[in-house]
Design a protein around this ligand. Sequence first.
Ligand SMILES: [Zn+2]
Length: 465
Amino acid sequence: MTRQYHLESVLLPEGWARGALVSVAADGRIDAIEQRHAPEAAELRESERIAGFVVPGMPNAHSHAFQRGMRGNTEYRLSARDSFWTWRQAMYALANRIEPKDLEILATRLFIDMLKSGYTSVAEFHYLHRQPNGDLYPGGNLLWEAIVAAARTAGIGLTLLPTLYQTSDFGGQPLKREQARFGLETEQFLRAVEQRIGEERRHASATLRTGAAFHSLRAVPLATLREASIALRQIDPTLPLHIHVAEQVQEVESCKLATGRRPIELLLDTGLLSPHWCLVHATHGTPAELQGVAASGAAVCVSISTEANLGDGFFDAAGFLRRGGHVCVGSDSQATVSPAEELRWMEYQQRLRKKRRAVLADQFESHVGTRLWRDAAQHGAQAIGQPAGAIAVGHRADWLVLDSMHPSMAGASADTALDHLVFAGGDAAIRDVMVAGRWVVKQGHHAAEPALRGDFVALMQRLSA
Ligand SMILES: [Zn+2]
């Protein structure tokens, strides 16, 4: 059944509209938008009236759900040389304790947090495949299914990215004992992805899609990456393909030592990059590399909360946007989960460096919050390969309603509503959230939260012990 909404104030791709009638079809897609400041009485009777500022929900282009189990538990000093690499040992220790039931609880809690903070879909970059002893799960991958079940309970859009992980370093180094759960043979991986895509074609879902990922150039030899990408493109020419790249200086140096080239250069040299690729981090890209990535149409996903938490470095967002690059955001290690926070820090890094303000606004959109939110939503949808990221005909009805009566929104107009959300720390102003035409958060509450609370707290206590 088609439902109609009267949105009082809505951000459309062409800018803010004061009043619009939006029809949402039974499949959760928007099938008509009419800008109407003062609808007629009959139209109003047939519509659900939505007061407040309505904006596109944000796709979360990079997440590792199991890492929600570490939040708050790694913020202490072990030595004077704490770094990404020492954090990684704690992450491996957690990865080796997670069972499918645990993962489903963590991911459900996490996906609800995402919805309440404004993410309406998520790309789960998932490299936990095997049982802790290294055996495959009998009768299907229970860890992949745990993620799918969590997304269904939470009601969030999901692009599951089964991730290939075969080596522990450049030069084909074998996996370490603590990485045994991550490994899959190329053929095994391709067949599992193909099987999932075949299932999806038979039972189309409005909110679920499968893509694929390569963990990094450390973890996948370049020849394998090339061969597997070509095979995956034959299965689905628009398959979202993601890879972590150039996050750490040490990773760039090891790559140069092993291959004579920098990691982003190697990827560009393959000629494989296209708008269906997403490079995660790209923190240490040179101007020439960022130019190459922008020209390829591939998106870059930054997760500044995680990059800051791990001491990675600064991504040159201003330089990449100036070159026409497509940037989206993700919550990665789940240190915090908030698209507004990611975008605030994207702008603040630039202000701190350049000693200027409003660096990432441009001549077409002077409001930083509006520009960053609108573009990250659109490019995030591109990166995760879902019809989301904009309130437009043919797109899924994934939107947020910002409460114009919330204290953090006091005095906001449509033009400044996203500036308030991004810069005034107003996640609490996100009142209602819709995914595929279904309200999943109403008045700040999610229906699945109360039943989950006990299991989640008990699990976190066990993992923190
Ligand atoms: Zn990551």
